[in-house]
Design a protein. Structure first.
Length: 107
């Protein structure tokens, strides 16, 4: 959020809204849960990244469960790629308008 506040002030209002929407969309995807290993086709996913997946990945020694978690989480989080290029472009645009070469320089 701090990055949006820093970079966003250099963007037009429509670009600020778009940047905020992109961040919200990516955050929502990242916060999605997956179905438990015992119910891979559930209708109400309940395993969240934190703490459920973190704990399962740290504690489980079941190869199939670990593979299921990794694959399910990767399939879910890969959707962020739909928004990320536009997020980077807008972030860099705001940074350049703030006299930085890229978003990295403005942080």
């Amino acid at each position: 959020m701090k990055m949006i506040q820093t970079v966003g002030i250099n963007l037009t209002e429509s670009d600020q809204i778009l940047l905020s929407t992109l961040v919200n969309n990516m955050t929502a995807i990242y916060q999605n849960s997956i179905c438990p290993y015992s119910e891979p086709n559930c209708t109400n996913p309940s395993w969240a990244l934190d703490p459920d997946l973190y704990n399962r990945l740290a504690m489980s020694r079941d190869y199939d469960e670990l593979q299921y978690i990794w694959t399910a989480w990767r399939d879910n989080s890969a959707k962020i790629a739909l928004y990320y290029p536009q997020f980077v472009n807008l972030s860099n645009k705001g940074a350049r308008q703030g006299m930085c070469d890229s978003i990295q320089d403005s942080l």
